[in-house]
Write a protein that binds this ligand. Structure first.
Ligand SMILES: *[C@@H]1O[C@H](CO)[C@@H](O)[C@H](O)[C@H]1NC(C)=O
Length: 369
């Protein structure tokens, strides 16, 4: 194929993308009110991706590091209105506002190449080591399959004993269903396009221990529909060694004891061990769960005749990760035939971002290749 032809196709694609995309960032402009919530972001590009990945965010206002009114630096306010547009725009120094990129074919895992001097990504640590430079810390983070972002302590940091320390940090890279309940007339499932396991040539030899509890307190609990979803969550978390899934309450208990596993027979509990360098079988992703509601995290709903159409609609929508369909047996007839398309944030997201002298923070560069 000749280069000119490819070039002209590329320019048509980029033209059509830019036409769908919302206008650019507005510096020193506030979109007051209409808040859903705030999350922390180190810069306005990250904030825009957070808005894009939030199910209902349509526009946002970011409080930059040079914001002087109070100490709400790095606050990324996610916003929405029924019209999709901010009702008001006002001038305000120290903030940048903009729009969600949901309509522009967004990358599920955007490249976040910037590093941030004198900025701490506080919390979410799972491992620490010493490196000679922040660049080396970022390389370690990029090579470590769990690392999503890092904070490196500089040579001039006040506490001498932790200079050159490199903190590797984690946030969830795979979709979590934040509320899972049993409900008649409801069917839920996942987009067939979402990856739950790292790609690998080697298939995992999976073993689930039915009617068995792996004893010990949980590092954390996550709602989940099946033991296989629980296995995917455990395998994606650097601290999870094994798990127990309670089928009555639909909860996935992630455990982190690397020294022992005490197995006990228990009805209704399925347990298993985290997988590491192999690919989990993805058949469970394609199985719809009868009488299970993945409540909340709605992008939007559409009316349709069956759950198969709902699943297909979710699978071809880049923003959709999972769905819930209300069929003819749902108690309230006015909600029957509703297909709810859903998602949660899976890009790297530090739980807190603050100013701190002589540290450097940044993200994994594995999504930049
Ligand atoms: C509704 O309930 C009936 C009776 O339990 C069942 O036979 C039918 O398959 C259900 N419909 C759907 C769409 O699940």
């Amino acid at each position: 194929m000749d280069a000119l032809f490819i070039l002209s196709i590329l320019s048509i694609i980029s033209l059509s993308l830019s036409q769908e995309c919302p206008p650019q960032l507005l510096e020193n402009v506030d979109f007051p009110g209409a808040d859903i919530k705030f999350e922390y972001s180190p810069d306005v590009q990250h904030c825009q991706h957070l808005c894009t990945q939030h199910p209902s965010c349509l526009f946002f206002t970011f409080l930059r590091p040079d914001w002087t009114v109070d100490d709400r630096h790095f606050h990324c306010y996610l916003k929405t209105t029924p019209s999709g547009e901010p009702d008001v725009q006002t001038p305000l120094v120290g903030v940048t506002s903009g729009y969600s990129l949901k309509s522009c074919n967004p990358e599920p895992m955007p490249c976040l190449p910037n590093v941030y001097q004198n900025v701490d990504f506080f919390g979410a640590d799972y491992r620490a080591l010493f490196t000679n430079s922040y660049q080396e810390c970022q390389r370690v983070c990029t090579k470590d399959r769990f690392c999503r972002f890092f904070t490196f302590i500089n040579k001039d940091f006040a506490n001498e004993n932790i200079r050159y320390k490199c903190h590797l940090k984690f946030s969830w890279p795979i979709p979590r269903t934040l509320n899972v309940n049993r409900k008649p007339g409801v069917v839920s499932g996942f987009s067939h396009s979402v990856q739950f396991s790292q790609p690998s040539d080697i298939a995992c030899s999976e073993k689930l221990f039915s009617n068995t509890d792996f004893e010990g307190s949980a590092l954390e609990s996550q709602p989940a529909g099946t033991p296989e979803h629980c296995l995917a969550l455990c395998s994606a978390n650097p601290q999870c060694t094994y798990f127990s899934f309670q089928s009555n309450s639909l909860t996935c208990q992630l455990k982190n004891d690397p020294n022992q596993v005490v197995m006990k027979s228990q009805e209704g509990v399925t347990s298993g061990i985290a997988t590491h360098f192999c690919q989990q079988d993805a058949n469970w992703v394609k199985t719809a769960l009868e009488e299970v509601d993945f409540y909340g995290s709605d992008i939007r709903f559409e009316l349709m005749d069956d759950v198969e159409t709902c699943e297909k609609t979710c699978s071809i929508d880049q923003n959709c990760q999972f769905y819930t369909y209300l069929n003819e047996n749902f108690s309230d007839s006015s909600y029957r035939r509703h297909c709810y398309l859903k998602r949660v944030t899976t890009m790297p997201a530090p739980p807190k971002v603050t100013k701190l002298d002589n540290v450097v923070s940044g993200f994994t560069k594995r999504n930049c290749i």
